[in-house]
Design a protein around this ligand. Structure first.
Ligand code: GLA
Length: 392
């Protein structure tokens, strides 16, 4: 943290007050895509790529925020926090401050410097990690009683829904807050019950392949999908008025087969089919993983990719190209897009002796076909949000 401390002092000056450091990771989702907001099961894991923040109280009512790759400081006034919605950068942080204030925590003015190893806009939840690290840092400084990590995650979700305006589910913030080294989290997004599942991949590694594109319409398409599944749920409620359940994922594949003919809109039927089958796939996938059957786990990931590609339709040419190319590679036993889609990353299970050939072949052909450059990261699974010692 020495370098970050120096930069912090260069940016905000010296003071007697203490600078503290906090880190929160991004996540990869292994399976269970676009079903967190349908009360489904998801299976994410926290990465070792993260957002670190250096923070110090400043004796004012202002949050002064900057990042190591930004040229200027953005300011939010805690006494008029809604105004910070207009900020080009810093609105996630301001939204978190608002959540803490609403929870009765007496947030005061701070200087904050962020440093990220997470690629931005790559579908690895850089925004959730900013929300979680900010909430955790401000609560650590100002709360009389520290909220637990799940509460921080829920504040992050509300911040994104209400302040930022993306109607996301709980998965990303939960993974960033609750991640555990070398484990994925099987999370029931309806009840928030969860279980850590060791990710023991033996001779295999997870490789993230970044398309390096982020489609502009991503967040509006995201909100559109949410409306479509709401519509799907109302079709089922109409078909089965005596069996109304709150979420789509409260219905099983058997139920789907009973009600699908009542969903007269073809697009909505495809969306609902994805959601309900994906939910069952998550449970199947985690079961085979626990049994050590990595090959079946990989196959289920590929089936999930077909579903999100052809039924939910949130991939696009770049993600599809990366998936198709991965399937051609010897030593790759599973692949799928991860996260919201519309660009971002695929996650691939690759034999450790084939890492270099995988990167070279997939990367080379991806450039030939799309004119774009892909990036590859070996995925290491780390812990959730935490305070970091100054000596790190
Ligand atoms: C984004 C959202 C999550 C989740 C995924 C898709 O990452 O933030 O809540 O819906 O997309 O699974």
């Amino acid at each position: 943290m020495k370098k970050l401390t120096e930069e912090f002092i260069r940016m905000f000056g010296k003071s007697d007050r203490q600078i503290r450091f906090f880190a929160a990771p991004g996540r990869v989702n292994l399976i269970g895509e676009h079903i967190d907001y349908c009360g489904g099961y998801v299976f994410p894991a926290a990465l070792t790529l993260d957002n670190v923040v250096a923070v110090r109280e400043n004796g004012t009512s202002k949050m002064n925020m900057c990042a190591t790759d930004l040229a200027r400081v953005y300011t939010a006034d805690l006494s008029d926090i809604d105004k910070a919605k207009e900020l080009k950068w810093g609105n996630y942080q301001a939204g978190m401050a608002k959540e803490l204030l609403e929870a009765g925590i007496n947030v005061r003015g701070v200087d904050m410097l962020y440093d990220s190893t997470l690629p931005f806009g790559a579908g690895l939840s850089s925004s959730a990690s900013i929300e979680v690290v900010t909430g955790y840092a401000l609560a650590s400084l100002f709360a009389n009683e520290m909220p637990n990590r799940i509460e921080i995650a829920l504040m992050g979700k509300r911040c994104e829904n209400n302040f930022v305006g993306v109607n996301c589910g709980i998965m990303d913030q939960f993974a960033s807050a609750m991640g555990k080294k070398d484990c994925a989290i099987l999370l029931n997004c309806d009840t928030l019950e969860y279980e850590y599942v060791p990710l023991d991949l033996g001779d295999y590694v997870l490789i993230l392949a970044n398309t390096n594109v982020k489609h502009k319409l991503g967040s509006s398409k995201y909100n559109e999908r949410r409306q479509e599944v709401e519509k799907g749920l109302s079709y089922i409620h109409t078909a089965a008025p005596d069996d109304k359940r709150p979420y789509l994922c409260n219905y099983t594949v058997e139920d789907y087969l009973k009600y699908d003919e009542y969903i007269t809109d073809d697009i909505i039927r495809k969306r609902v089919k994805h959601v309900i089958y994906e939910n069952e796939r998550v449970l199947h996938a985690t079961k085979v993983l626990k049994q050590g059957d990595l090959v079946s786990f990989g196959q289920i990931l590929c089936e999930a990719n077909d579903s999100i590609r052809y039924l939910y339709e949130v991939t696009g040419i770049e993600l599809d190209t990366l998936f198709d190319l991965a399937m051609e590679e010897e030593g790759c036993i599973g692949s799928r897009m991860t996260g919201a889609g519309f660009g971002g990353c695929t996650v691939n299970i690759v034999h450790k002796d084939k890492i270099e050939s995988f990167k070279k072949n997939v990367g080379g052909k991806y450039t030939e076909r799309t004119g774009l450059q892909a990036d590859f990261y070996i995925c290491r699974i780390g812990d959730g949000v935490r305070e970091v010692s100054v000596n790190n």
